[in-house]
Design a protein. Structure first.
Length: 258
């Protein structure tokens, strides 16, 4: 079972890229972020024609998350992160697919920091941690997939000082990610590639893609119930180099059968 996460950065603009990648990579489940489309603008017909069922939570202009399942209909279990009823940003969705709960997370960027946007990021992280703990307590098979907007360690960003003030690599951001993982989650890519510089995001500015000046912001965290099934994990880096590409590339895991 191949599960991927992909910040598509405008699903309608990048739809040809998305469909071409799905035809080639054949993921069984895809968590999408930054749809940048309202619910009614989601390209449901094209996704269905490609052989995927879908659940989504859209938002005009910004945000938006979705979960796609190949030859299956995802069973929606939640379309908002609990803990703050007045938070209406479309940043979290979860669904059951073939016996596994999969999330699509679009964690707040947090810039500029310090300030209210960074405070919101840390608060959102705290809410995610509280919700994630319920999965651990129930020993459920869960993949927390998404764009966390955190490069967890120095190996997860190209050698530079230019991002030192950015919310993506602040000590508090990294501590929040580490605290989540310490509940018992397995960072699948880092588990299988402990010493390799692997990136999932290359900013459009300053020639960062040609220079391979990337960051690893997109993560798939496996609950303890799934760790023994982890077979492969990686990033489809070449997708970032295509015409009209998102500034992210798909990250993925392959789980063995039970």
């Amino acid at each position: 079972m191949k599960i991927a996460t992909f910040n598509i950065n405008n699903i309608n603009r990048r739809l040809p890229n998305l469909l071409a990648w799905m035809r080639s990579a054949k993921p069984d489940v895809v968590a999408l972020q930054e749809l940048k489309a309202s619910d009614g603008e989601f390209p449901a017909a094209a996704i269905e024609k490609a052989g995927y069922g879908a659940v989504w939570c859209g938002q005009k202009t910004w945000n938006g998350v979705a979960i796609l399942a190949r030859n299956a209909e995802p069973i929606l279990t939640r379309d908002r992160l609990p803990g703050k009823p007045d938070d209406h940003e479309a940043r979290y969705i979860e669904a059951a697919v073939r016996g596994i709960i999969v999330t699509s997370i679009y964690l707040p960027n947090g810039n500029p920091q310090p300030g209210p946007k960074f405070d919101f990021k840390l608060d959102w992280f705290a809410r995610l941690k509280r919700h994630a703990k319920t999965f651990i307590k129930q020993d459920l098979p869960v993949v927390l997939a998404g764009d966390y907007n955190v490069a967890p360690d120095e190996i997860d960003i190209y050698p530079t000082r230019s991002w030192d003030k950015d919310a993506l690599i602040q000590p508090k951001s990294r501590a929040a990610f580490a605290s989540l993982v310490e509940q018992g989650w397995c960072d699948a890519i880092r588990e299988l590639h402990p010493d390799k510089r692997i990136y999932t995001f290359w900013d459009y500015k300053r020639n960062r893609w040609p220079r391979d000046a990337g960051l690893r912001l997109d993560h798939l965290l496996l609950s303890p119930a799934l760790v023994s099934r982890l077979a492969k994990a990686g990033v489809d880096k070449k997708v970032r180099g295509e015409d009209g590409a998102s500034d992210h590339a798909p990250a993925w895991v392959v789980l063995k059968e039970r």
